[in-house]
Write a protein that binds this ligand. Structure first.
Ligand code: NAD
Length: 439
């Protein structure tokens, strides 16, 4: 049985800790945030991720998972996973202060032969200089980097199925990291030649995703601008049927924007890294600029429809479905819905009711957003029904149900619900207007 300490029990840390416990590991999940730890211990499910609350409760109850603020617990572990946050500083540079302070807290407790594995997204060189060098003064530890690549909303499934990349400081560190993931999660492990290569893998993945989505967004804008009845999803599906080399073209889907803790910052990590080493990189700036512009673009599309109605925008009632940044997730960190709400206000809309069953009321309150807990009340008599995320509850909402609740002739704006073409036709037959992103 592997004994594991997870340092940083936020979204990634608590997910990994719970999944590893469910695979038979003995896990200590540690955090500096006492409020967060108390919430886990009370069974309050402070991290909204499908299945996570139940899994952590179950693992705590059977004694394999413990949450605490006690860093001395790392002394008992075979493997110490570092999953603290790495936010973006105001000047768009990576803020690695949480890594530094976590290392200071665990250094007095590390022992020879433990494996310390960094999961937080960091600039290349961080594992070597901020983790391996200071810790190896304290003990003969093995050190590796292993990027976390799971996506929120499907975290538990992805953690147990995605291949894992590891890059150790030396052969014995890589071998220990590889053995750990193979034995605990049973997934494919790809060993790269250094921690820096593994650190770069994560940045390459997120730059690719952000840039690919930017491409989808620009194709969508072009479909909107051309004087033909184009559906960007149909165009993308057609384009994706082409095989290039070993793989198919894989253009992702456009939406009302990109949010969350990773894609909004990691391309900037890449950009500042290039700048720090005298290389100007253009793709991160392009992906960030295009994607950050989508909320205002969508608000302008909604306003364009509204101006064609014979009523002041301030008198139109909008029902916004979705505050989370991602489908089937309750995470609102850097959600594109916030700038979209601001842009709707700037366009002149005044009555906006917001519903999101996945988001905790406390989190919405902290962001100054008042949620309406009833989907029906939110939709009733709305002049515009604005879908900004594709939660299962929203997908289950049929055209008839929308038409029975919303005002006659209301706009259905599809930021991320992705109505099928048959459903769009049905909405129109029911007298509603439809506008999607690029459709
Ligand atoms: N959220 C994602 O989908 C995702 C996906 C892949 C990778 N990542 C990366 O994983 C890392 C963690 O992301 P997250 O979403 O879990 O962030 P998070 O903010 O939810 O969690 C980070 C946790 O670290 C804790 N922490 C901060 N300083 C600490 C310290 N000195 N000691 C112990 N705990 C400390 C915080 O209190 C917080 O609970 C980041 O580097 C992120 O870029 C996140």
């Amino acid at each position: 049985m592997w004994r594991v300490a997870v340092v940083g029990s936020g979204f990634i840390g608590s997910t990994i800790a719970s999944v590893l416990a469910s695979r038979g590991c003995d896990v200590d999940a540690i955090d500096v945030n006492e409020r967060l730890i108390a919430a886990f211990l009370r069974g309050d499910h402070p991290i909204k991720e499908p299945g996570l609350g139940e899994l952590s409760d179950e693992q705590m109850a059977c004694g394999r998972l413990r949450f605490s603020c006690d860093f001395s617990r790392v002394a008992n572990a075979d493997v110490i996973l570092l999953t603290v946050g790495t936010p973006l500083a105001d000047d768009f540079t990576p803020n690695v202060s949480h890594i530094r302070s976590a290392i200071e807290s665990i250094a007095p407790h590390v022992r020879d032969n433990q494996l310390v594995m960094v999961k937080s997204t960091v600039p290349p060189g961080t594992t070597r200089t901020l983790v391996a060098e200071p810790l190896r003064q304290a003990a003969d530890v093995r050190v590796a980097f292993s990027p976390e690549r799971l996506a929120e909303g499907a975290a538990i499934r992805e953690l147990a199925s995605l291949p894992i990349v590891v890059g150790g400081m030396d052969a014995r560190s890589s071998a220990a990291a590889e053995a750990f993931w193979r034995e605990t999660l049973g997934v494919d492990v790809i060993v790269v030649s250094s921690p820096e290569a593994a650190e770069m893998v994560k940045l390459a993945n997120n730059l690719w995703i952000d840039l690919n989505i930017a491409l989808a967004h620009e194709l969508a804008k072009l479909c909107d601008a051309l004087p033909y009845d184009l559906d960007v999803l149909e165009v993308i599906a057609g384009a994706n049927s082409l095989k290039k080399g070993q793989h198919y073209v894989n253009i992702l889907t456009p939406s009302n924007g990109v949010g969350g803790y990773c894609l909004t910052k990691d391309p900037w990590f890449v950009h500042t890294l290039g700048a720090a080493h005298g290389t100007e990189l253009l793709t991160p700036q392009i992906s960030r600029t295009v994607n950050a512009g989508m909320p205002a673009y969508c608000a302008a599309q909604i306003a364009q429809w509204a101006r064609r109605q014979d009523r002041a925008l301030s008198n139109l009632r909008l029902a916004v479905l979705g505050l989370a940044f991602k489908t089937n997730s309750g995470d609102i960190r850097l959600t594109p819905v916030m700038p979209l709400l601001d842009a709707l206000h700037s366009e002149g809309f005044r009555t906006i009711t917001i519903h999101d069953p996945m988001v905790r009321k406390e989190d919405a309150d902290d962001s100054g957003v008042e949620l309406n807990s009833s989907m029906d009340d939110t939709l009733r008599d709305a002049d515009g029904v604005i879908f900004l995320v594709g939660h299962d509850d929203f997908k289950a909402l049929s055209p008839e149900r929308i038409a029975s609740l919303a005002a006659p002739g209301a706009l259905v704006f599809d930021g991320r619900r992705y109505f099928t073409r048959a459903e769009i036709a049905e909405l129109q037959t029911l007298g509603l207007a439809y506008k999607g992103v690029g459709r």
